[in-house]
Design a protein around this ligand. Structure first.
Ligand SMILES: Cc1cc2nc3c(=O)[nH]c(=O)nc-3n(C[C@H](O)[C@H](O)[C@H](O)COP(=O)(O)O)c2cc1C
Length: 182
């Protein structure tokens, strides 16, 4: 499938089947993260791979809502990044996370981002601190997100290209209206 078609068909997947992800595919997904571009090529990110179901449930408690994808995921990658290594540490991590998600989609594997940075547990603990403690991540690493991966147990429709928000695109200078060419 060509990249554009993949982008039209990709959706966040929050429920997964029991099918495990083949070790070769896990490696390919991680390779995509390691291949991601980063500011000044600093590669400020580091990834923690989680496949243990009990740990997955503990990670799900990093915030009270919007972490449901972790409940059924056979694989999660915790995306951490070092503020000491790059001023663009968050951007570096976000690009790497997206690369892994797109690689997974190309392998027919669904994924979902769980935001950690700037979030809090049900007990009002900083979600980053909670995840750091669980996984023994050093204090100076920022935990941006956890990406859940697995085979989809949901049916999602491809995006209709006619619904894209072209009004957000400004040609030449900022303008309030934009009509795409027919
Ligand atoms: C920065 C960022 C943070 C996100 N945080 C969460 C999250 O915490 N929980 C979740 O279920 N989805 C999360 N998502 C997924 C978005 O909700 C999803 O991409 C959006 O609703 C569009 O849906 P789609 O991915 O199916 O196109 C996040 C996505 C991004 C890019």
């Amino acid at each position: 499938m060509d990249l554009h078609q993949l982008l039209l068909e990709r959706h966040s997947i929050r429920r997964y089947t029991d099918q495990p992800i083949d070790a070769g595919d896990v490696k390919t997904i991680l390779e995509a993260g390691l291949l991601a571009p980063s500011s000044k090529s600093a590669r400020s990110w580091q990834f923690v791979v989680v496949e243990d179901h009990d740990m997955m449930l503990k990670l799900q408690a990093c915030k009270p809502t919007y972490a449901a994808s972790l409940a059924t995921a056979p694989l999660a990658v915790v995306v951490t990044t070092s503020p000491g290594k790059s001023a663009a540490y968050v951007e570096d991590a976000a690009v790497a996370a997206s690369f892994m998600q797109l690689q997974a989609a190309a392998l027919g594997i669904g994924s979902c981002w769980t935001q950690v940075r700037g979030r809090f547990t049900a007990d009002d603990m900083d979600s980053e601190e909670y995840v750091r403690e669980l996984l023994n991540i050093p204090d100076d690493m920022c935990v941006v997100c956890i990406i859940a991966f697995g085979y989809s147990a949901e049916t999602r429709r491809p995006v209709d290209p006619s619904k894209l928000l072209w009004e957000k695109v400004h040609l030449g200078t900022w303008r309030d209206e934009f009509e795409p060419e027919q």
